[in-house]
Design a protein around this ligand. Structure first.
Ligand SMILES: Nc1ncnc2c1ncn2[C@@H]1O[C@H](COP(=O)(O)OP(=O)(O)OP(=O)(O)O)[C@@H](O)[C@H]1O
Ligand SMILES: [Mg+2]
Length: 439
């Protein structure tokens, strides 16, 4: 029993007792107001410190020796000490201390959402014998514990203890402590939800980083494959000419030039990807889209001839030069023509046609690639640019994803549709601040 309380209730004159009660009621009200305003005004990042500072404030105001805040693990199998404050010189406590079956009676009450208090360890029922042992080793003489509840679920507990002497808890004190537990419930559960949201955000960022890396690796495999195949084919042809003894030096030179050009392209693709990874954008220069188309078609011509595909160019006579990463826009055209080539492999050779056009549209320039293949099934149209969407058995489904990334990196866009006649049509639109007009 608390001697102070005993004296106050038996030996203190009535008017003094009333004054004392009024003063403590006022103190409790001030304390509650202070706690609420602390949690409202302190930034979210400082919530953990604020919790312990507030535990200290409560203890100091109400002459308590210790306050502990306990949190359940997600599956409710463990109750761990998350925050505490206690008078200096008290028996040391360890943060993250897990009850681990040492407080079974108390834990049972908390799980059921019941609060409890006792003035003396002797007041506890026989079924709390294990708890009594644990409380004794931690120096507890009196205790008041309140479950922390959010959305109807118990997620922890807030406890207050006396260590030096026992205490008789008054009704006012208990209701104030219960109110503080409600404030803590609100603050701590919100903080936990924020932590969960942060973890989720990090998780998403990590997995999208992994997806981007996967996309880059796949893009590297995809884009490097074309020049490497061409280099191999040319080297094998040159070797054949020489071993057969009919090597025409001009032809060999032209083959070697092709090899050098393809090799440079491969090197440029790698350099671009490296820049992309280093977050530094690929070199942009003022380019004429028409020139770029002509150049790229030169590069693609052998492939088109081999696949017996006729191509037509319809280039706008006057087109603004715009800033672009040349090799990237070339890559878009190569990917579009390569898709068109594959899309037409099943139709008779005389029907295989690719139309490549450019035109100005306001301050933007457009590149249009149309084929006469089977077109894109309408239900695939909104997925066609997603990485790894492919209907080809040996397709990676990365070509169009790369095209879209390049278009977006240029502040432009790429759209897919089906031509009214037959086949698919892709339009790359690049915005630019118009400069010199070029043919
Ligand atoms: N010109 C086209 N005509 C019809 N369908 C097309 C055309 N271009 C693309 N597609 C469809 O879009 C899908 C995705 O194309 P994308 O270039 O991204 O990947 P892919 O060609 O399948 O594989 P890869 O990564 O090797 O290029 C193709 O599998 C195909 O179904
Ligand atoms: Mg493709």
């Amino acid at each position: 029993m608390n001697h102070m309380v005993k004296i106050a209730s038996s030996g203190t004159p009535h008017h003094l007792r009333v004054e004392h009660d009024l003063a403590s009621a006022l103190r409790l009200q001030r304390l509650l107001a202070e706690i609420s305003s602390r949690f409202v005004t302190r930034p979210a990042g400082e919530i953990e410190e604020t919790i312990e500072e507030t535990q200290r404030l409560i203890c100091e105001t109400l002459y308590l020796d210790r306050s502990t805040l306990w949190l359940f693990s997600k599956d409710h199998s463990e109750l761990a000490l998350a925050h505490f404050w206690q008078q200096p010189g008290s028996i040391p406590l360890r943060r993250n201390f897990v009850t681990n079956g040492h407080l079974p009676w108390a834990e049972g009450k908390i799980i059921r959402g019941e609060s409890f208090h006792f003035s003396s360890l002797d007041d506890l029922p026989p079924e709390a014998s294990i708890d009594v042992e644990t409380l004794r080793t931690h120096g507890t003489k009196s205790n008041a514990t309140f479950p922390l509840i959010a959305d109807g679920k118990v997620f922890g507990a807030l406890a207050f203890a006396m260590l030096k002497k026992e205490r008789h808890w008054t009704g006012d004190e208990l209701s104030s402590l219960k109110l503080t537990a409600q404030i803590f419930s609100h603050v701590v559960s919100r903080h936990q939800a924020e932590l969960c949201a942060d973890q989720l955000r990090e998780e998403i960022q990590r997995s999208s980083r992994a997806a981007v890396l996967g996309e880059i690796a796949a893009a590297l495999a995809h884009e490097i494959n074309q020049p490497l195949t061409a280099i191999l084919g040319n080297a094998q042809a040159a070797r054949r000419f020489i071993t057969q003894g009919n090597a025409d030096p001009t032809e060999i030179l032209s083959i070697l030039d092709d090899i050098i050009r393809d090799d440079k392209r491969a090197a440029e693709v790698i350099r671009n990807l490296r820049e992309m990874l280093a977050d530094s954008p690929a070199q942009r220069e003022l380019c004429c889209l028409n020139e770029l188309v002509r150049e790229t078609i030169e590069f693609l011509r052998p492939d088109l001839t081999e696949n017996r595909i006729e191509y037509r160019l319809d280039l706008a006579p006057l087109l603004s030069r715009i800033k672009m990463a040349r090799v990237e826009i070339q890559q878009v055209l190569i990917n579009l023509v390569s898709n068109a080539t594959l899309a037409m492999s099943g139709i008779p050779p005389e029907e295989r046609k690719i139309f490549i056009g450019t035109r100005a549209s306001g301050s933007a320039v457009e590149l249009r690639v149309r084929d006469t293949g089977g077109g894109i099934p309408p239900e695939h149209l909104d997925r066609i640019f997603e990485p790894f969407h492919s209907t080809r058995p040996d397709g990676l489904g990365i070509g169009l994803a790369v095209c879209r990334r390049i278009a977006e990196a240029h502040g432009g866009k790429i759209m897919a549709g089906n031509a009214s006649s037959a086949g698919a049509e892709f339009v790359l639109s690049l915005c630019g601040h118009p400069s010199k007009v070029a043919g």
